[in-house]
Design a binder for this molecule. Structure first.
Ligand SMILES: Cc1cc2nc3c(=O)[nH]c(=O)nc-3n(C[C@H](O)[C@H](O)[C@H](O)COP(=O)(O)OP(=O)(O)OC[C@H]3O[C@@H](n4cnc5c(N)ncnc54)[C@H](O)[C@@H]3O)c2cc1C
Length: 453
């Protein structure tokens, strides 16, 4: 058992691990330092939104923090409103309420079980892992731990290549949409808004800003110009023949073959979404069996299609976005953004589509290109330090850091015995590692690992 553990990160993954650890009764007292980076405990970016327009993209019944208590979130919300069903898509701020309540409960339990817990609302600047301890550095202060866990979520977004320094300085180019959505607004409200990206982040931006700025018109650009798929109104029965599909995929770790197997299963299944969802628990195993060139191929050609099929909009969100399109307030365009420059008091975008150059003007451009997990291309101080000092090994496809199956981080072709990660940074070793159902499984396994004698 590691008696002194440091958890670094203040979002849902850290909160879940903390709750798993403090809910147990290990043979010895646990010293836990939780470095949260500041902000509301547990909410992070995803559940820090206060907007009722921002809904969970997973049904309430599947959003428990705890792998061993599957009704956790549902029980929490039904205490206030028994009419809520497990199939509902609830506002994300309600999930934030749940996280905060569970953190408070875990801290109480920790005190009751005699654990020594410090909640430190600071960002960690550096880590020095050694074979028998990890030194955690926060400003002037250094504290030792037997083991440390990185629960940093996604890294801060970086501007796309081709965005000029003038465009960035003009404040008309928004690299990170969340502070804008949190109510900073813009005065006067822009009329022509361009979004780069068409995934779930872009959908959140559209839901919020179309309401805040009723006269604004939106153009959303992506390589394929397609929105995420939608969940069906009623939850479909699970796909039945999953074992045979997984077995066939295992036998032929080739991305083209997998695509045809999934398509074939979807043709036979009642609803293609159930086939996609049925692969979820098997994805880390399948991903691990896929050779690196095949993973790279997936990233180049299929990632966009998989993401839009797997990360879907709730039916209500889908209806709102469809209404924006029908009233002409939202247009979708296919293209690849090559450059964004300042042009007078607006921005000019240069795009290519099928080899042809096109330009368009916008009052405001918002980058909504999804999670940044490329540890080689980040200004996150802790991650830069870990990469520069070769304490971690970047994933070759820019999907976080290399890790073993139990989350131990790799360096120099070995693993650290005492440096772990949970959540998004493990995407390169698991692919399916960013949403709560997977994070709760990881938290349970990691708590077992950290407390094992
Ligand atoms: C907009 C959005 C909506 C989503 N919706 C869903 C959904 O409906 N259902 C679902 O299952 N999943 C959803 N997800 C996936 C989501 O990523 C996870 O559910 C979860 O929020 C991830 O939590 P995390 O703790 O890994 O990361 P985050 O929530 O990003 O938390 C990271 C934390 O680390 C802290 N931190 C960073 N650097 C340091 C440092 N150096 N020192 C200390 N602390 C530091 C940050 O301050 C932050 O508190 C959504 C994600 C996003 C972005």
């Amino acid at each position: 058992m590691f008696q002194r553990v440091a958890i670094i990160g203040g979002g849902a993954a850290a909160a879940t691990l903390l709750s798993e650890l403090l809910g147990r009764r290990p043979p010895r007292m646990l010293h836990l330092d939780w470095y949260t980076g500041g902000g509301a405990l547990g909410r992070g970016v995803a559940y820090g939104t206060r907007s009722p327009r921002h809904l969970l993209n997973v049904r309430a019944a599947s959003m428990s923090m705890f792998a061993g208590k599957p009704r956790g979130f549902l029980d929490f919300v039904q205490r206030d409103d028994p009419s809520i069903a497990g199939t509902d898509f609830l506002p994300r701020f309600r999930y934030g309420d749940y996280l905060e309540a569970e953190v408070a409960h875990a801290l109480q339990q920790g005190a009751l079980h005699g654990h020594d817990v410090h909640v430190i609302p600071l960002a960690v600047d550096a880590l020095v892992p050694e074979r028998d301890k990890v030194t955690v550095i926060c400003g002037e202060r250094a504290r030792g731990a037997g083991a440390a866990v990185l629960a940093l979520g996604a890294l801060p977004p970086q501007p796309l290549g081709g965005v000029s320094a003038d465009a960035l300085a003009s404040e008309r180019y928004v690299v990170d949409p969340w502070p804008l959505l949190a109510g900073a607004g813009a005065d006067p409200a822009p009329r022509k808004v361009v979004l780069i990206g068409l995934g779930l982040t872009a959908v959140d931006v559209l839901l919020e800003l179309s309401a805040q700025w009723p006269r604004a018109e939106f153009t959303a650009i992506s390589h394929h110009g397609r929105l995420p798929e939608a969940h069906p109104n009623t939850a479909a029965a699970p796909y039945g023949d999953n074992a045979a599909l997984v077995e066939s995929m295992r036998e032929a770790p080739d991305i083209r073959r997998w695509l045809s197997l999934v398509r074939e299963a979807a043709r036979q299944g009642a609803d293609w979404r159930t086939v996609v969802d049925s692969l979820r628990p098997h994805t880390p195993g399948l991903w691990n069996e896929l050779p690196l060139p095949q993973r790279a191929r997936f990233m180049r050609h299929l990632r966009w299609a998989w993401e839009r099929a797997r990360h879907r909009m709730s039916p209500a969100v889908c209806r709102t976005i469809a209404a924006l399109e029908q009233t002409g307030r939202l247009q979708r365009r296919r293209g690849h953004v090559q450059a964004v420059d300042l042009a007078g008091d607006a921005l000019q975008l240069t795009l290519t589509r099928a080899g042809a150059l096109q330009t368009m003007r916008a009052d405001l451009v918002i980058q909504a290109t999804g999670l940044n997990l490329d540890v080689n291309r980040t200004d996150h101080p802790l991650m830069r330090q870990l990469v520069t000092n070769a304490h971690v090994t970047p994933d070759p496809l820019g999907l976080g850091v290399q890790a073993d199956g139990d989350g131990r981080l790799r360096h120099d072709d070995q693993h650290w015995p005492n440096l772990f990660a949970i959540g998004s940074l493990l995407r390169g070793s698991r692919w399916e590692s960013i949403a709560m159902p997977e994070i709760s499984q990881q938290a349970r396994a990691l708590a077992d690992r950290l407390l094992a004698d």
